[in-house]
Design a protein around this ligand. Structure first.
Ligand SMILES: N[C@@H](CCC(=O)N[C@@H](CS)C(=O)NCC(=O)O)C(=O)O
Length: 266
């Protein structure tokens, strides 16, 4: 059972998720961009079939936002709820604000890339199913296609974004690229524009509080769906240090984390 934090002294807003989840990261980056204080409540067992372990989400998915005793499911709903809590209000580019076909396609493909990454990580790393299975081979191929598509068009897509403080598209893309370094399923070295974008995004004020020093992350690409294994380094800014709680859990600085349950691995 997750502690959704109804009656204690922490921030009234809690993100139920995992620091290693890129959908959770989108919510957390949004909260930081909008300066909405929040806690992260860690869900430990992603194999659990009990909605109670996902703050009541019947979909058994992360993240969930708890705000004023209500549970909000899905990262876009969460971002909208965070935007309503932001003072002063920020100029946010939502998916429905995208003006041209390329940008709309790009948003769809970023969501797809994130979902494909979930499929690959959950299926091949957590469930230990064979990566050669067409279900994962197709996910890997589509992820590769999506990254190539986005890499080619990124400058013009960003140039076409309306004036903004923050956009869902850029936050989600940042979290996708960052996650590909953290949970390597495909090599990202060849996507120069995506890497440069992630490096640039990591210098934003909300990110800089996490990134007093740039750090390169070693990238090991798993043999996935018949693709060759590679190693390399993705240079994006990353927290220079991590905070270590008494449980031994290591967490990036930012939203404070609340550890619930026995496993320190998030
Ligand atoms: N549509 C959901 C997708 C969230 C999602 O796929 N989250 C992943 C973690 S990054 C998850 O819960 N995976 C567990 C699973 O698929 O069983 C959203 O927008 O928040």
């Amino acid at each position: 059972m997750i502690d959704t934090g109804a009656a204690d002294s922490g921030p009234a807003v809690r993100i139920i998720g995992r620091s290693s989840s890129h959908f959770t990261r989108v919510a957390r980056v949004f909260a930081e961009e909008l300066a909405v204080p929040c806690d992260l409540v860690a869900v430990h067992d992603m194999t659990s079939l009990d909605p109670e372990n996902y703050a009541g989400s019947p979909a058994l998915k992360l993240p969930i936002l708890m705000s004023d005793g209500s549970a909000i499911f899905g990262v876009q709903n969460i971002c909208r709820a965070l935007a309503e809590l932001a003072h002063p209000p920020r100029r946010i580019v939502w998916p429905e604000d995208l003006r041209d076909l390329h940008s709309r396609n790009a948003q769809e493909l970023v969501w797809h890339g994130m979902q494909a990454q979930v499929q690959l990580v959950l299926g091949t790393m957590i469930a230990q199913l064979p990566a050669q299975n067409v279900y994962f081979a197709k996910a890997a191929a589509s992820l590769e296609n999506v990254l190539g598509w986005l890499d080619t068009r990124l400058p013009s897509i960003r140039a076409a974004l309306p004036p903004r403080d923050v956009s869902v598209f850029e936050v989600a893309l940042f979290c996708l690229v960052e996650h590909l370094a953290f949970r390597p399923t495909l090599p990202v070295e060849q996507y120069r524009r995506l890497r440069e974008f992630a490096q640039e995004f990591a210098t934003r004020p909300s990110r800089r509080s996490h990134t007093s020093k740039g750090q390169s992350i070693s990238v090991r690409t798993i043999r996935n769906a018949g693709r060759s294994t590679r190693t390399g380094r993705l240079h994006i800014s990353w927290p220079a240090s991590s905070t270590t709680r008494s449980s031994g859990h290591k967490e990036r600085p930012g939203c404070p984390i609340v550890i619930i349950g026995r496993s320190p691995i998030v």
